[in-house]
Ligand binder design. Structure first.
Ligand SMILES: NC(=O)c1ccc[n+]([C@@H]2O[C@H](COP(=O)([O-])OP(=O)(O)OC[C@H]3O[C@@H](n4cnc5c(N)ncnc54)[C@H](O)[C@@H]3O)[C@@H](O)[C@H]2O)c1
Ligand SMILES: O=P(O)(O)OC[C@@H](O)[C@@H](O)[C@H](O)[C@H](O)CO
Length: 385
């Protein structure tokens, strides 16, 4: 099995790339970070520290790396059996051009073997969105061939992987939690399901994507935003504060009530799922900064993402949402001069005012009452800060 993984970052090296290597795939990382590409190409292996219960170190061997926009990457796409990504939602559109060039070369070479492409990003049906970008970049004459031979497979991916400590002298080493979950949509594959241990297939992907994004990521984001407001640097410090924990747990329960109603999850199992997530946030072996988890607040406040989509669910089913509203106000309060989206959000708040900025950022024009409620909480937070 020949595999190309776009994005040799935390989740790329620490989770998806590792599973592909464990499955004995011939694995090539594709990234834009040239020093990282050079280091991987030179070293061809790296260590993964699995921390928590049964802590141990694993080595990933025999990997190679190319620049993601290079002719090498295009050649590799022409020959690959599986392509995965962990580049960030906003980067999918950027790699679509390279994928389209690779597919064009594959077609020209007469390679009709099935190819499956799986985006492993924190978003709902990210691969389907990537497919649209790729089709836009391809001549129409190739669309039918792509439909026949290339599977665009949506997935849900869960493993907390913060960046390695700055003091670490091995830039390739990654530290990961023990827990991991990678679920793919079995209905979208072309050819046989690739034999990758740790990749589980389902016919009911949406339930798993929303369960993960609207529980773990909802709680994670709120922990980060309330954590920053309370002056904490890490997720662990924040979640150990009873006041933060109460809102985070409450917001996950509010979102959970929507998920239970929508997908029929067992309420007791869902409560256990939330409890396990709280324990994962407390992980004493991970140093996960609130700035990583809170990154790109405009994305996190967008209508289909972890804060607003669960809120919309509570409005649809007439369910409680007081903690989600606090979480949204905390997200608006997030400040980070190093994060372009945090800066853009601040500019919007200053130029438009809170109500109009939130309405625009989160597409809430039809919910003026909710916007007013969040604004009240936000104003109170600014006075306390
Ligand atoms: N870290 C986690 O805990 C975690 C867990 C689950 C899902 N995710 C998701 O995985 C994705 C990546 O997250 P991460 O934490 O690994 O981020 P990261 O910043 O560590 O890694 C992203 C990598 O993508 C590379 N990249 C950027 N533009 C590229 C391009 N055009 N072509 C190829 N590579 C490019 C970057 O250089 C970087 O190495 C995100 O969508 C994130 O939401 C992360
Ligand atoms: O990657 P983001 O920015 O969408 O979200 C930040 C974290 O919540 C996220 O990376 C989690 O660590 C991950 O989703 C755990 O599976």
């Amino acid at each position: 099995m020949k595999a190309i993984h776009f994005g040799a970052g935390n989740i790329g090296r620490g989770f998806i790339g590792k599973l592909l290597a464990d499955a004995r795939a011939d694995l090539i990382f594709a990234d834009v970070n040239q020093p990282l590409v050079d280091q991987l190409a030179h070293q061809q292996s790296y260590q993964v520290h699995v921390v928590g219960e049964n802590a141990h170190v694993e080595r990933v061997n025999k990997v190679s790396a190319v620049h993601s926009a290079s002719p090498d990457a295009i050649n590799q796409i022409a020959q690959a059996d599986i392509i995965t990504t962990a580049v960030g939602p906003q980067v999918l559109a950027k790699i679509a051009g390279t994928l389209a060039q690779g597919l064009t070369a594959r077609h020209a070479a007469g390679n009709n073997q099935p190819l499956n492409i799986i985006a492993c990003e924190n978003m709902v049906r990210g691969t389907s969105q990537l497919k649209q970008h790729v089709l836009q970049a391809l001549p129409e004459a190739l669309h039918a061939w792509v439909d026949e031979h290339v599977g665009f497979v949506d997935s849900a991916v869960d493993r907390i992987v913060p960046p390695a400590a700055a003091a670490n002298d091995d830039p390739l080493e990654v530290t990961v939690e023990t827990f991991s979950e990678w679920i793919v949509d079995s209905t979208q594959f072309k050819g046989e399901l690739p034999p990758i241990a740790g990749m589980d297939a389902t016919t009911n992907l949406m339930a798993y994507v929303e369960r993960k994004l609207f529980t773990l990521n909802t709680g994670h984001a709120i922990t980060a935003y309330l954590g920053q407001l309370a002056g904490y640097g890490t997720i662990r410090e924040a979640i150990l504060d009873p006041a933060v924990r109460e809102v985070v747990k409450g917001a996950m329960e509010e979102s959970g009530a929507v998920l239970i109603k929508r997908y029929g999850f067992d309420p007791r199992q869902h409560a256990a799922y939330i409890q396990k997530i709280l324990t994962r946030f407390e992980n004493p072996y991970l140093h996960d900064e609130v700035e990583r988890v809170g990154r790109q607040p405009l994305r996190k406040l967008s209508e289909g993402d972890r804060l607003i989509k669960p809120l919309r669910g509570t409005l649809e089913y007439n369910l409680p949402n007081a903690n989600l509203l606090i979480g949204i106000a905390a997200a608006l309060s997030y400040r980070n001069p190093q994060d372009p989206q945090a800066q853009e959000m601040l500019t919007l708040l200053e130029t438009l005012g809170t109500e109009q900025a939130l309405t625009q950022i989160s597409a809430l024009a039809d919910q003026p009452e909710v916007v007013a409620q969040v604004t009240n909480v936000y104003n109170a937070m600014q006075h306390q800060a």
